[in-house]
Ligand binder design. Sequence first.
Ligand SMILES: [Zn+2]
Length: 341
Amino acid sequence: MIGWLAACVEPEPTAVLAWQSGAGGYVIEARELPELHDVRHMKGEVGSIEYGGYVDVDAGWTGGRELDIRIVVEDGVAVPLDPSGVVLYSFYAHLVDTVAWAELQGFEAEALVPVQIAVNPAVDVLIELTPADNLAYGTGYHTFVILPDGGERDVPLAANLGVVAHEFGHALFHALLSGGPQQPPLVDDLSLVSARWLSSLHEAFADTLGALITDDPAFIQQSIPIDSRDLNGRSPMTSALVPEAGNSPLDLYDPYPLGTVFAGVFWEFRLATDDPARTALLLRDTVERWSPTVDELDGGFFLEAAAAAAGEELPQLCSAITWRFPEADWPGPCRALDASP
Ligand SMILES: [Zn+2]
């Protein structure tokens, strides 16, 4: 009788099937993921993934329920019977890798987990989520939101390491600026100029992390062909990109074009120094020095902080800034550098 029972119990998997980035792009393969303690119910060290519930502007995310991923175990590998299970394993593995990587770069990343992760919740119409935003971070209620991919993707967004690092970057940036992941956003009226600067610098920080962890300035293009988000693109700052106040809180603002200019400065710095770890440190020190009041939510103050944080690599940073901001006033430290013989 006991033998019959043992034969019926499926062995516990020691690995999961997930999208992994390799030299030639992404492939689906087995990987060990001991941080995911319960592969069927998606519970582990960096958080639990739950299904459904509701995202509300005021209350955040509530009401999710436990997932039950149907798997077969083949040679010790958890193989989901539904491809969306592979996407969730991939997301989890990328989140584990992102937290470990960011901690190594000097960010207090482990303090941000475990985090809530919601799959396919209902979302309040007041929250802007476009089909491209099917992976999102809920600022102030510290929740990652995974929605179904809006179109055919080579690599689903939630399975793209750079995109997962980008979303984690929003959590890190918010925690650095506001003092903790559960703090409310510094400004929430998106019609204000300061809020628009803030949202563009949010995207800049997040895209820089995504590019550094993958060492790919066009990491999003593994999933969606968006040339304008390539940090290697040469789009410079123009006066048209300077945020202007909107007429109402519901006025839309596209934070990406301006964000890409700022992320491009850091990518340029990474190329000039050939040092991704130094670049990540510069990014962290910039935000710590910036530490803005609402009045200082502005790209000029951000660049001043970057220049103050650059240390011996100031020349590389200043040339990265002039490359992207050909017509702007340089930060003070760069002006001083230019004046020296
Ligand atoms: Zn973003």
